[in-house]
Design a protein around this ligand. Structure first.
Ligand code: PLP
Length: 379
């Protein structure tokens, strides 16, 4: 089945009760048993729920995995991966990543004895400098949030395999429409399904997809034992979102290109970070592992002035100034004071998250309106 068919039919069957084409929202916590253990595959909704299961099957299908797991948020999904580790274990992570992931690693799991190394992975060979006998996991975000660096997933996976390390890829920005990390050698794909998979800014959810039975079992154990699952209503919404993922992503990419090119030509703009530009330092890697370049763009204004950046985002009218990304509507954010405020200034500036950096999630409105809005806000 091709991707555009998978988003609609992958892993799905009509509901056995009445043939409902969309899975009903099974708003129930428990299931009747005829005798202890005599049930129809569902006992308690933390463990399994038919609506969540329909979504999990769809997630596995679109990521070319065998098992999908849905969680109450993206961070809950990352938390589940980290719970595969033990005190003394070490993780090598991209150094430019979502601030909440950094916070979870350094403020929670570090206190439980897990050590994190944050490494610029544009040169994948750098990873080997940090590998020792305690290293268990490599955590990759690509494109990175917010600097839009591209990490060579296949290159990292070769190193991870050589040293028998798990490789997890946060595929939130790209989505499986643009890149499929399991096919490139990753063991775990993670999503903030809050973003493009849900696609309508109306739900908070996380997801993991794997292609290995044993790893799936370990993660199912954590999912059930820790209990950070999502509810059936939210499962329904994300399943519905996935059905239009391919058409939305196509437009996100088209609009992203137009907006990136406009910004690049604007006299007040210093630098535009978008992997579709030939001058982007990782453009060739992006071309080889992504089918297009997406609608996430970051840029800085000349003079690196904090107040001016704040004024620009306040001036926007079609773009909404808000956290998050990946919805049908265009959003703008100021990472230094919003999504990445939890990273110390000197740390974030090392990776390029300076005061004038603005991050755009380009939506699927008419591109002319988006460009006009940016023009007036910058003006
Ligand atoms: N990963 C990335 C790349 C994100 O952008 C986010 C949230 O913005 C997360 C993970 C966390 O997901 P959630 O907000 O659904 O917990």
């Amino acid at each position: 089945m091709k991707f555009n068919t998978k988003t609609i039919h992958g892993g799905q069957k009509h509901d056995p009760a009445y043939g409902a084409v969309m899975p009903p929202i099974y708003q129930t916590s428990t299931y009747a048993q005829s005798t202890p253990g005599g049930h129809k595959g569902f006992e308690y909704s933390r463990t399994h729920n038919p609506t969540r299961q329909a979504l999990e099957n769809a997630l596995a299908s679109i990521e070319n995995g065998t098992h999908g797991l849905a969680f109450g948020s993206g961070l809950a999904a990352i938390d589940a991966v980290m719970k595969l580790l033990k005190p003394g274990d070490e993780v090598i992570s991209t150094n430019d990543l979502y601030g909440g992931s950094y916070r979870l690693f350094t403020k929670i799991f570090q206190d439980f004895g897990i050590k994190f190394h944050f490494v610029g992975m544009q040169d994948v060979s750098k990873i080997e400098d940090y590998i020792n006998e305690n290293t268990k996991l490599v955590w990759v975000e690509t494109p990175t949030n917010p600097m839009m660096n591209i990490i060579d997933i296949k290159g990292v996976s070769e190193i991870a395999k050589k040293h028998k390390l798990l490789l997890a890829v946060d595929n939130t920005f790209a989505t499986p429409y643009l890149q499929q990390p399991l096919d490139l050698g990753a063991d775990i794909v993670m999503h903030s399904a809050t973003k493009y998979l849900g696609g309508h800014s109306d739900v908070v959810m996380g997801a993991l997809v794997v292609k290995d039975e044993e790893l799936a079992d370990r993660l199912y154990f954590v999912q059930n034992a820790s209990g950070a699952v999502c509810g059936p209503q939210d499962s329904f919404l994300v399943l519905r979102g996935i059905k239009t993922l391919h058409v939305r992503m196509q437009r996100h990419c088209e609009n992203g290109k137009k907006v990136a090119e406009f910004l690049e030509s604007h006299p007040k703009v210093e630098k535009v970070y978008w992997p579709g530009f030939e001058f982007h330092p990782n453009h060739e890697v992006a071309k080889s592992q992504m089918s297009d370049f997406g609608g996430m763009i970051s840029f800085t204004t000349k003079g690196n002035n904090y107040e001016e950046a704040i004024k620009t985002v306040e001036n926007l009218k079609v773009f909404t100034l808000a956290e998050s990304l990946g919805g049908v509507e265009s959003l703008a954010g100021h990472p230094a004071s919003m999504t990445h405020a939890s990273i110390p200034k000197e740390e974030r500036e090392k990776t390029g998250v300076v005061d004038s950096l603005i991050r755009l999630s380009v939506g699927i409105e008419d591109a002319d309106d988006l460009i006009e809005d940016l023009n007036q806000a910058l003006g």
